[in-house]
Design a protein around this ligand. Sequence first.
Ligand SMILES: Cc1cc2nc3c(=O)[nH]c(=O)nc-3n(C[C@H](O)[C@H](O)[C@H](O)COP(=O)(O)OP(=O)(O)OC[C@H]3O[C@@H](n4cnc5c(N)ncnc54)[C@H](O)[C@@H]3O)c2cc1C
Length: 394
Amino acid sequence: MVSTFPGTSRGNNPNSLPTPDVAVVGAGPIGLAIAWRCAARGLRVVVHDPNPGSGAAYAAAGMLAPVAEAYFGEHELTGLLTESAARWPAFAAELVAASGADVGYRSEGTLMVGLTTDDLAVARRLWAYQQGLGLPITPLRPSELRDRESALSPRLRGGAYAGTDHQVDPRRLMSALRTATERAGGVLVPTPVQRLTQVTAGTTVVAAGCGTAALTGLPVRPVKGQVLRLRAPEGPGFRHVIRGFADGEQVYLVPRQEGEVVVGATSEERTDTMVTSGAVLRLLRAATDLVPEVAEYELVEALAGLRPGSPDNAPILGPLPGRPAVLAATGHHRHGIVLTPVTADLIADLIVTGTPDPLLAPFTPERLGPAAGVPAPARGSAAARTTPQEESWN
Ligand SMILES: Cc1cc2nc3c(=O)[nH]c(=O)nc-3n(C[C@H](O)[C@H](O)[C@H](O)COP(=O)(O)OP(=O)(O)OC[C@H]3O[C@@H](n4cnc5c(N)ncnc54)[C@H](O)[C@@H]3O)c2cc1C
């Protein structure tokens, strides 16, 4: 469905539309959720993307894991993950109502496990840190793990339960967000934005994932993740998200209603999207170490996505320095799906009220230094060949 602004019938040619209140660059989960929230509040919204939903979200597993993803030294980020995960049930319900589409939200929780004694020692150190933050974790003995999921390997040395770590299906999410945005009056324009000067709007939101660096100069870099999709012929023999350490490898298995199991993921400082046999081997070995029946599943898909990483692994949210009408909503790295609700709410509120919510304070572009948000020069120009920013950020 192609929408037009209320009162117009001029299709989705951006030049034929009245100046929008908000132009969003990038129709990933972040851009679309912001567009939906803004359109639902009566703003005229245009979203530019040649290929909506084709970014990191297409590869993503969809874990909503504020507990399992609480890592040492990422205190502010953990707070935002927890806040956003708490908003997910209402966000999912609203989105289902607005789009008429299921998003695959599931709340069975997550089992975190260790295969060997060494794996368990590493895992326990992390769980102790997470418990120290007050996050809800219940330690489980091997027999208790297998009481909850009999598909788990009897070799596991121990684990823990994170009941608040849920999941959603990112591909369903993207489709639902697109429908909800269009139903609310948002217009999708299927062309790329080469330069922000191309875009005319009251406020421009740059949510272009890994494409953000070239548009804004922000230090967003691709972090490659290889991931597999398997299909269990009779449905997966487990209901929880399972994530753990297996002989030093980190792996997760995310079961879906329709029999799909997502197994991931590598984390590589690379810009290509090639799937390597070594990564597939490591992921499948670790997955079958934790859940042996996985070896009987069909291998349906192997692909790589590029996470939009930031220097401190936290998102970059708010106006570019000296450019109050250009907002960044990017750098969500491993957490763009879980952070979708809070990002959309905070950015839409900022656009509508002009006042930043205090939750945004730790995540401003300014925290990354004075050069953050200075646009890179056009490719091929003399400046482009000599700017250290672009050399190190791309
Ligand atoms: C293997 C893997 C597993 C993951 N698992 C999880 C998980 O379990 N939980 C979780 O929370 N997160 C997960 N993530 C991270 C998550 O996918 C990202 O953080 C999230 O997709 C970021 O959303 P985004 O909208 O900012 O960017 P993207 O999803 O990358 O979307 C960016 C969009 O911008 C468009 N674009 C780019 N440049 C331009 C331009 N110049 N003009 C117009 N449009 C443009 C692209 O076409 C794309 O549609 C995972 C990622 C990977 C790769």
